[in-house]
Design a protein around this ligand. Structure first.
Ligand SMILES: C[S@@+](CC[C@H](N)C(=O)[O-])C[C@H]1O[C@@H](n2cnc3c(N)ncnc32)[C@H](O)[C@@H]1O
Length: 275
């Protein structure tokens, strides 16, 4: 995936900084309420988990992720903030045995695109929701609609850039196609599936050096550079530096991006609820 490693600390660089505009959109869409029990899928270092916990003061929030280092940081940050209604658990959301019908709301900020079997994963997540409970997740739209990916690929591989390959690992754009996602969610027991386009910029840092260091940490960048010959790799990095410099403005390095907010409800069936 894209940011399995790297600095997730809020500040002028890192994932929370990159997604500062997206985060606000997700916060509003999630609309967490005072008594909600919330599950955050692929929570990483937990910015969205802590945000939900501040709203659900009479409820609770559970953040799950497969990455123990990310969860360690998430716990530290929640403790530092004195949040008592938030817990973090290492779990593969596709298979983890969540308490059934425990949650009112499932949220995710770019944490649901990496399942081996999306239907099994969303069905598993759905069982953790109470009947008619809500799913609100943010995912990337198609690769070619995301200027950051297009620019990285072009600078590392010529005019059109290399096509995405299996060596790059799980696909961050796997939920970018609405009809396909509609079908996945329907087959997983969700209803009322809706898509809202999110057109916000991503932030890579206050200057070119910071942005380059951040982008070089992406899984796709590493994989693309590895595929180049020893002379080609430094040239490609210089091209990447030039592309980042071309996107430097008064307020740092920004790229255009397109995401979806996808909302759905756990479907009711004739017998009661889907299960
Ligand atoms: C792009 S990061 C987003 C992290 C976090 N939501 C945020 O916005 O800061 C994707 C996260 O999903 C996690 N992840 C990937 N597959 C997962 C799975 N099957 N179950 C739980 N977490 C998963 C990764 O470890 C990673 O932390």
């Amino acid at each position: 995936m894209r940011h399995a490693t790297g600095d997730h600390t809020p500040g002028t660089s890192g994932y929370d900084a990159e997604l500062q505009r997206h985060n606000e959109v997700l916060r509003r869409a999630a609309g967490v309420r005072l008594h909600d029990h919330v599950l955050d899928i692929g929570c990483g270092t937990g910015q969205t988990t802590r945000q939900a916990a501040r709203r659900a003061r009479a409820g609770s929030v559970l953040g799950v992720d497969v990455s123990e280092p990310a969860l360690g940081r998430a716990r530290e940050l929640a403790r530092a903030e004195g949040l008592r209604n938030v817990t973090f658990e290492q779990a593969d959301a596709q298979a983890h045995r969540f308490q059934q019908e425990r949650f009112d709301l499932v949220i995710s900020r770019f944490g649901t695109m990496f399942f081996d079997d999306p239907v099994a994963a969303f069905a598993n997540i759905g069982r953790a929701l109470r009947p008619a409970g809500r799913l609100v997740m943010m995912v990337w739209q198609a690769r070619e609609r995301n200027a950051w990916d297009v620019a990285i690929r072009r600078s590392l591989g010529g005019a059109h850039g290399p096509a995405a390959g299996a060596s790059e690992g799980p696909d961050p754009f796997s939920l970018g196609d609405p009809p396909a996602v509609q079908e996945i969610l329907r087959a997983s027991g969700f209803a009322d599936v809706a898509f809202t386009g999110v057109h916000e910029r991503v932030y890579y840092g206050p200057d070119v050096a910071t942005a380059l260091a951040w982008v070089r940490g992406f899984t796709c960048t590493g994989a693309l550079l590895k595929g180049l010959d020893p002379a080609g790799a430094p040239r490609a990095v210089e091209k990447l530096r030039a592309v980042l410099a071309a996107h430097l403005g008064d307020d740092g390095v920004w790229f255009d991006s397109r995401a979806w907010i996808i909302t759905a409800r756990r479907a009711a069936t004739e017998r009661g609820v889907a299960g």
